[in-house]
Design a protein around this ligand. Structure first.
Ligand SMILES: [Ca+2]
Ligand SMILES: [Ca+2]
Ligand SMILES: [Ca+2]
Length: 347
């Protein structure tokens, strides 16, 4: 895992260098696209991917994620590999959030994206936190190389509401806000986050449905370094800050681009096959494997991904009715964690 990530990273680095060197001439090549490839592929946190439920570092705890397969961690919450808990009943990561903790786990990378998009996906189960105040946030927070977070997408654990970070055009950029969607507790849901570096927006998909479409927190962001599994307080009253919670993550991945989306319009369809046919044997125009070649392996990935649609539909007039619980909570939630923690991480 870690090894293959490193290889991919250096290949990408070379590609990026080539791309920068070629400059604007590349933009003039019709049909030129940069399909992408894996940045982080946890392969379900399974033992076969090298994840151990018994890993015990000095001063650590059994099965902790930090230190395994390139993962780093920050904060006092715990993330542990456990068996018998994933959506397929195998291994997954349990995140336990404690009072007044802000914690992050990530595999760091550099020289991304090579194209328009970064695609982050994961399955997540959230247990309900109870009592007064807001629950902790469990979800993903991607970062750029200036230690700024691009957005946030996940669940608030008292109401089950989908929450995200307000974009640069909002009252408090970076602060938590509710979407209108809710998830059930103790059930696995699939989350996708698409970072669009051309439009400087990010989209959140819940079980394949678009539920968040928001500007980056900072629209100057033009790089991607890591997508953090995050465990944060969502609000600044004492009940919320001190509220514990538990969630599980599985099948986490980060891709440079949307695999198989060779024409870079955020879906995988016949147009991408046409792009692959044109690019076949002629460079990286339809590369989904990260080897800078457009070949048979890239076709196989297109075939596996056919039907994926993470494009953003045209806006419609109707705005969904907010759920009742959200009415009392339409104020911006707190801007938590962030740079002071990241600065520590960098050291
Ligand atoms: Ca798993
Ligand atoms: Ca496409
Ligand atoms: Ca390839």
């Amino acid at each position: 895992m870690h090894e293959s990530s490193s290889i991919t990273s250096s290949a990408r680095s070379a590609l990026r260098t080539m791309r920068v060197a070629a400059g604007l001439t590349l933009l003039a090549v019709a049909g030129q696209a940069w399909g992408g490839g894996p940045i982080v592929d946890t392969r379900g946190f399974e033992a076969a991917a090298g994840y151990s439920t018994t890993y015990l570092p000095s001063g650590g705890y059994a099965g902790q994620l930090k230190g395994q397969q390139g993962w780093v961690g920050l904060g006092d919450d715990t993330a542990t590999i456990q068996s018998g808990v994933g959506p397929d009943g195998s291994q997954a990561v349990r995140v336990t959030h404690g009072a007044d903790d802000y914690s992050y786990w990530a595999v760091q990378a550099s020289n991304y994206p090579t194209g328009q998009y970064v695609h982050i996906g994961w399955d997540m189960l959230v247990q309900q936190s109870t009592g007064a105040g807001f629950g902790p946030f469990f979800g993903v927070e991607p970062y750029d190389d200036g230690l700024e977070y691009l957005g946030r997408f996940g669940v608030e654990a008292v109401n089950g509401g989908i929450v995200y970070a307000q974009g640069a055009n909002k009252a408090v950029p970076g602060a938590f806000e509710y979407a209108t969607s809710v998830v059930g507790f103790n059930t696995w849901n699939h989350f996708d986050m698409v970072l669009d570096f051309d439009a400087k927006r990010y989209q959140g998909f819940l079980n394949g449905n678009l539920v968040v479409d928001e500007l980056f927190v900072n629209t100057a962001s033009d790089s991607f370094t890591d997508a953090d599994i995050a465990s944060l307080a969502t609000y600044f009253d004492s009940e919320s800050i001190n509220k514990p919670g538990v969630s599980y993550f599985d099948n986490f991945f980060v891709n440079d681009g949307i695999l198989g989306d060779f024409d870079e319009d955020a879906d995988v369809d016949g147009s991408d096959l046409a792009t692959w046919q044109t690019a076949y044997g002629a460079g990286a125009g339809a590369d989904a494997t990260g080897d800078s070649q457009s070949a048979g392996g890239d076709f196989l990935i297109w075939q596996q991904q056919l039907g994926v649609d993470l494009s953003v539909p045209a806006p419609v007039g109707a705005v969904p009715e907010p759920a009742t619980w959200a009415l009392a909570a339409t104020m911006a939630l707190v801007v938590s964690g962030r740079r002071r923690w990241r600065a520590r991480w960098a050291n």
